[in-house]
Design a protein around this ligand. Structure first.
Ligand SMILES: [Zn+2]
Ligand SMILES: [Zn+2]
Ligand SMILES: [Zn+2]
Length: 146
């Protein structure tokens, strides 16, 4: 659940000297609109193809790469050989965390508050100043448990 706005993304792309072609716009809009927030390039391609059948996967790759270079997208490696992207939340100083189902591949976000206590323990026990952390939990989701 990120705080992101379409206008900010679009103007950032233009301000950095990139052309905002209709295809790029479709890609950005679809990634933002759909509530599935952690996209693989293939999933973006399949979705954009519905509104823009002439688009090629190379365009999707290049657009994703451009957005990543502008730090608008965050890249995740949740499983071997598959990168997933989501828009970066500019209002947060670090990214939220995820739980990943190893059966169906579903990615869900978890709140950050769980880690406050853990950080305090580590700081105290190890005399270590924590400045950031990344956490991903792997397991079986509710739907796959049955
Ligand atoms: Zn699952
Ligand atoms: Zn996320
Ligand atoms: Zn955190």
């Amino acid at each position: 659940m990120s705080t992101i706005s379409l206008n900010r993304i679009l103007s950032n792309v233009k301000e950095n000297g990139h052309k905002l072609t209709p295809q790029r716009r479709y890609i950005i809009e679809i990634m933002m609109k759909n509530n599935q927030e952690h996209w693989s390039t293939e999933e973006i391609y399949a979705e954009v193809k519905k509104v823009c059948p002439e688009i090629g996967i190379a365009t999707v790759y290049r657009t994703v790469q451009m957005l990543e270079e502008l730090n608008l997208l965050t890249k995740h490696h949740f499983s071997e050989g598959c990168s997933r992207y989501e828009f970066a939340d500019e209002t947060k100083n670090h990214n939220h965390h995820h739980i990943v189902c190893t059966k169906c591949g579903k990615v869900m976000e978890i709140q950050d508050t769980y880690f406050d206590e853990l950080e305090r323990h580590i700081q105290d026990d190890m005399n270590f100043n924590i400045t950031n952390h990344t956490v991903t939990f792997y397991g079986i989701c509710e739907d796959c448990k049955e």
